[in-house]
Design a protein. Structure first.
Length: 351
């Protein structure tokens, strides 16, 4: 795995993005931002599952102004997502947004971007330049690949912001196409010092979207690229946060939270391992502490993995051997599998 790319850290509210800060998981609310109570409730749900930054859509003036009431009800930093109308960015800043996300390609004239940059600078509020493959500005180099056009668009906007003496910048280059996204990020990572927000845009419903995102985001993180991530899913945003942490945990980039090791089951299993793993996963979802639990279907591969976990069981016919920190601590009957595992999990964590 490549060492993490060095980036210039920025501060969004009390969250540091880039530099040596841990990779930040973010999401976006799916409520109508003008509905302050629903938006606050969803942000609180996101916070509970570990989300560190939240973006809200700002489609009109009422949504921009709602940010001030939303901020009074939550503790996570709020990023205002602006398209087309630069005046909404100014209003969001006025309302106390902790960050802005602009797609300069659809904001229009440089003077409008400039007005926003000046207002952000007065308040030390960072701006994410969010380039999307689907809305690229016109280029003088039509022979460029989509990834190159995305990089060109981002660099132009970075230059504009820098010319206004503004460097609280974060950049994203998102496409639905995973190779295009990876190419674009790899290219820009060498061309500018700012932190990168990475993700695969519009990746779809969870079953496929999580895989697309894991391949794209996971590849980039493995290459050392990425300071903050969002898994974009057509689902409740909680699913985005859960998926994001699973990607980080898969690469050992996040030590918090439980890890469930469960065998896929096969003809050797003499218990319903799928049902058992689902029940254990449901219990682990209530825990934020690092604990590794293994649920294995037989004595062929089971004891090795079970010993390697903090708590593990290797099942046989109607019973299982229970392991704790690598040591066999007893045999349990099938009817007690979940209860016994939960008891050990509770003892090892603060639950
Ligand atoms: Fe099959 Fe046993 Fe491996 Fe599970 S641990 S997949 S039951 S061989």
């Amino acid at each position: 795995m490549n060492p993490r790319r060095t980036s210039k850290p920025i501060q969004i509210g009390d969250v540091t993005v880039g530099g040596n800060a841990p990779i930040v998981v973010q999401s976006m609310t799916k409520t109508d931002t003008r509905d302050v109570m629903s938006t606050i409730a969803q942000i609180k749900e996101l916070e509970e599952c570990g989300c560190k930054l939240v973006r809200v859509a700002v489609p009109d003036a009422e949504a921009a102004q709602a940010i001030s009431a939303i901020k009074r009800g939550v503790s996570l930093p709020i990023i205002a997502d602006i398209h087309f109308d630069y005046r909404l960015a100014l209003m969001a800043l006025e309302a106390g947004a902790d960050g802005l996300r602009l797609n300069p390609g659809n904001i229009g004239e440089p003077e409008k971007v400039e007005a926003v940059v000046r207002a952000a600078k007065e308040r030390d509020i960072p701006i994410r330049i969010g380039v999307n493959a689907g809305s690229l500005p016109k280029t003088n180099n039509p022979q460029l690949t989509t990834a190159q056009k995305m990089v060109e668009a981002a660099l132009q906007q970075i230059k504009l912001l820098e010319s206004l003496d503004f460097d609280l910048i974060k950049v994203s280059l998102k496409a639905f196409d995973v190779p295009t996204t990876i190419d674009a990020y790899q290219d820009i990572a060498q061309k500018m010092p700012y932190p990168l927000h990475i993700g695969i845009t519009e990746s779809g419903l969870p079953r496929k979207g999580v895989i697309r995102s894991a391949v794209g985001i996971g590849t980039l993180l493995y290459l050392g690229i990425g300071d903050t991530i969002r898994v974009s899913l057509t689902a409740h945003p909680r699913e985005e946060v859960i998926a994001a942490y699973e990607i980080l945990k898969s690469l050992d980039l996040h030590q918090n939270g439980p890890i469930l090791v469960s065998c896929p089951s096969c003809g050797r299993a003499e218990v319903d391992i799928i049902k058992l793993a689902e029940a254990v996963e449901e219990e682990l979802a209530k825990i934020n502490e690092p604990i590794k639990v293994a649920v294995m279907g037989c004595v062929v591969n089971g004891p090795g993995e079970a010993k390697d976990a903090d708590i593990g069981i290797a099942c046989g016919k109607g019973k299982a051997v229970l392991f704790k920190k690598g040591k066999e601590i007893g045999t349990i009957q099938e009817k007690d599998f979940v209860v016994a595992l939960v008891k050990e999990i509770e003892e090892m964590t603060s639950r």
